[in-house]
Design a protein around this ligand. Structure first.
Ligand code: ASP
Ligand code: MG
Length: 418
């Protein structure tokens, strides 16, 4: 029988009534002839509550026990979903991660999949069960303990099951009706996309569009799992939501398909760094060791014999998440103390935001950067840092202009038009 994976997020299973609403969607697919693997999150707010209890009990908690506690929310919804389906005469059975088993690494609280043997679930389908309800977000380590996959991890569970079982599609039911050209709270002209390519979705997810865990998109792209994001609160059919798929499935793509923004950015500049081989390595290695997530990097052209500095010097600017500024500063100061780097001053700007345009069409079209910078110039928005990839251009600007910049770019690339 053809197989579908259906994943329901926390707001979609927030109480028994909503679980029933979700179960009706599952029942409809079973009636259409599909076997279904349902992946459930914990009820909304539950995982946060569990994390809070762990931190209150033990601030420097043992990660194995953290996973034992925070994985439990999904066990509740998996059992309730199976019971709800049984009440509707749909043969369903629930599965916790260890029962499948979902084999993962031993990186507690941030585990990664190793493999998902199909045998146990396939056997239940062969016995006549039509639905396997699997607790998302959790797995089993090589030493036989429960692991979790990192926050938002049940999206990734869903994609991993779709890949392992060769599902026709992986439907992610959530509280929005799809993926938008930009955050609809920033501009009412934001438009829901019918389709978007894996690469574009990957950029948007990692740039802060919070619909999907970034890793789930990575995995979907690697295994070519067709992913669909749709609302569990609306009447949906086979064409609802946004399909995230291979670019070959998208006939006509615009040059730019989305504008992403992130306000949680900070910019750090090391002023008058020596300009010689090895200096970038000496700056970015300690940042990496300290777990700082460096995003954009700019090195100025070097100045020869700059005032009282013999030899060449330069300035090095990079951006980091705002909550990592203190960690980054400490890593730089320690490296300076240890004599690995030298700089005159470390300047922090915490009033910045990142705005990006994304589109696979950029690979073959020129002039995207010019159009973007012109649109920002017309609004008098100053660009502080620029970074590009094959399908993305990002700029760092003053945070107070973030919404304005998003609106201007959305208009400039005519994203309101299909
Ligand atoms: N319940 C987990 C979390 O809140 C996993 C998930 O919902 O995806 O992060
Ligand atoms: Mg989620």
């Amino acid at each position: 029988m053809p197989l579908l994976v259906m994943k329901f997020g926390g707001t979609s299973v927030a109480d028994p009534d909503r679980i029933k609403n979700a179960a009706l969607k599952v029942q409809r697919e079973v009636e259409r002839g599909y076997d279904v693997i349902v992946i459930v999150s914990a009820m909304s707010g539950k995982t946060n509550e569990l994390v809070g209890w762990v931190e209150q009990t033990s601030p420097l908690f043992d990660a194995r026990e953290y996973d034992a506690v925070v994985s439990s929310g999904e066990n509740v919804t998996a059992g309730l979903m199976a019971l709800t389906l049984q009440e509707m005469d749909v043969p369903a059975r629930s599965w916790q991660g260890w029962q499948v088993p979902i084999n993962t690494t031993a990186a507690y609280s941030a585990a990664r999949f190793v493999d998902i043997p199909r045998k146990n679930i396939d056997q239940k389908f062969a016995e006549g069960f039509r639905v396997a309800v699997v607790a998302g977000f959790q797995g089993l380590s090589p030493e036989g303990r429960i692991t979790t996959l990192g926050r938002g991890g049940s999206d990734t569970t869903a994609v991993a099951f779709a890949a392992a079982f060769g599902a026709e599609r992986c439907d992610i039911y959530t509280d929005v009706d799809g993926v938008y050209t930009t955050d609809p709270r920033i501009t009412s002209r934001a438009r829901k996309l019918d389709r978007i390519a894996f690469e574009e979705m990957l950029e948007l997810a990692s740039l802060g569009a919070k619909v999907l865990q970034t890793r789930s998109v990575e995995l979907a792209m690697r295994y070519k799992v067709r992913l669909r994001v749709l609302s569990s609160f609306e009447d949906t059919d086979q064409n609802s939501g946004t399909l995230i798929c291979d670019e070959d499935e998208i006939m006509e793509s615009k040059v730019v398909n989305g504008v992403a923004s992130s306000r949680d950015e900070a910019k750090i500049t090391l002023v008058t760094v020596e300009d010689r081989p090895g200096i970038s390595a000496n700056i970015f290695a300690p940042l990496a060791d300290a777990g700082v997530n460096v995003d954009m990097i700019v090195q100025n052209i070097s100045e020869k014999d700059y005032e009282d500095h013999p030899g060449s010097v330069t300035d090095m600017t990079f951006s980091v998440p705002i909550n990592q500024v203190e960690r980054a500063k400490r890593a730089m100061e320690d490296a300076r103390q240890a004599g690995h780097i030298a700089y005159d001053e470390l300047v922090v700007d915490t009033e910045v935001a990142k705005v990006s345009v994304v589109g696979i069409g950029m690979r073959s079209h020129t002039g995207v950067a010019a159009r973007m910078f012109k649109a920002l110039a017309d609004e008098n928005v100053n660009i502080k840092v620029i970074a590009t990839s094959e399908i993305k251009i990002s700029v760092l600007i003053d945070r107070k202009y973030m919404e304005l910049a998003v609106q201007a770019l959305h208009d400039a690339f005519e994203l309101e038009k299909a």
